[in-house]
Design a protein around this ligand. Structure first.
Ligand SMILES: C[S@@+](CC[C@H](N)C(=O)[O-])C[C@H]1O[C@@H](n2cnc3c(N)ncnc32)[C@H](O)[C@@H]1O
Length: 340
């Protein structure tokens, strides 16, 4: 069994753990930390590319203990000097440019940059094939995570196209990260009979993620023509998928026609200055409730939790807060709403 470390946005660890359990048949779950899920599997790396909530996958190379003071940075260099780094050798026998990122939790008199620097020195001493790169252009990336006195040194296995999905090209200003959009989709328990909509679809990130599971019909729409164009370009042509310009407060569906609604509600500066967020949420929830089937569900993400809860109460939708995320200094939460 190979050991893998999957990184994920803090708040989504349990979603990724669930996704691993469902999609990776032989996965042996080994624990969670903030923003990380550890597991083992015999499957090759290509088979793990189905994990869409993960930001990156890493191969842990070495675990060791490290002291809290600057004098202990030499221990990091020494420990890494001992590692077998052959897993990082690329094809051929040429030079390999590398970079080290480090994270640090606990009380230490050195910074994460000092720790990364010490690790980089260890790698350079380990083999003359490794050449350091400070620029963004590097062939391989190592990671050093220090949690109090425990250190884990890993090799990154995935590149940016893993989490940014090479296919999605046009982003609008408020575009969600694809991994977060996938987590929202996962909360809706995708089924092949689903009639699915995203009423505030923006650039279509949620719809794009939903495409990776079978569905019966899927529609998305936005008030902004620019967003509708971005969505159309990002999603492309698929049977039984429609992108429309619409106002989410007046959806073109019959009552009870929709099974699943997954959306990233507008909040903050995405709302026009003269618009009241509570009123927008009330009006759009009233409409979502009308089009939703009796056992349907709404999964939504917003930073305006108070307005959402008040609107859900006003419209008489059952509302539960599923998890809070840590996203670029904001703390939006994922909510699940159902007809009472
Ligand atoms: C948070 S963004 C959605 C971002 C999207 N999830 C993405 O990844 O690109 C919210 C979107 O709601 C749209 N919007 C605001 N009011 C609307 C309304 N009344 N009806 C439909 N869309 C609306 C905005 O134009 C914006 O694109």
């Amino acid at each position: 069994m190979a050991h893998y470390l999957a990184t994920v946005l803090p708040g989504l660890e349990f979603v990724l753990k669930d996704e691993i359990g469902v999609k990776i048949a032989d996965a042996d779950y080994q624990g969670l930390e903030r923003g990380k899920v550890h597991f083992s599997s015999k499957l090759p790396l290509e088979a793990l590319m189905v994990l869409r909530t993960a930001d990156n996958l890493y191969r842990p190379i070495h675990k060791f203990q490290v002291g809290p003071h600057k004098i202990h940075l030499a221990e990091i260099e020494q420990e890494i000097l001992k590692c077998d780094l052959s897993c990082a050798y690329l094809n051929g026998s040429g030079m390999i440019s590398y970079k080290v990122n480090a994270s640090r939790v606990g009380k230490h008199s050195y910074s994460r940059f000092d720790a990364a620097e010490a690790a980089a020195r260890g790698i350079a001493r380990r083999s003359s094939r490794f050449c350091r790169s400070t620029a963004e252009m590097h062939e391989i990336e190592f990671r050093l995570d220090i949690n109090c006195e425990d250190a884990v040194f890993s090799l990154r296995l995935t590149d940016a196209s893993f989490r940014y999905r090479q296919q999605v090209r046009m982003f609008t200003q408020a575009a969600l990260r694809p991994t977060v959009a996938h987590a929202l989709v996962w909360f809706s328990h995708p089924e092949e009979t689903d009639v699915f909509i995203d009423p505030f679809c923006g650039s279509g990130t949620i719809l794009f993620e939903r495409l990776s599971y079978p569905y019966s019909r899927m529609d998305g729409g936005d008030l902004s023509q620019e967003a509708v164009e971005a969505s159309k370009q990002n999603i492309g042509c698929h049977d039984h998928v429609g992108i429309h310009r619409w106002d989410a407060r007046q959806l073109p569906f019959a009552s009870g026609e929709i099974d699943k609604i997954v959306t990233n509600l507008p909040f903050g500066r995405q709302i026009a200055a003269d618009e009241d967020i509570f009123a927008l949420y009330c009006d759009s929830f009233r409409e979502m409730k009308r089009v939703l089937s009796w056992n349907g569900s709404i999964v939504c993400l917003t930073d305006a939790g108070t307005a959402l809860k008040m609107a859900a109460e006003r419209i008489q939708l059952n509302c539960s807060e599923e998890t809070t995320l840590s996203l670029k200094g904001l703390h939006p939460a994922i909510f699940l709403l159902k007809k009472s």
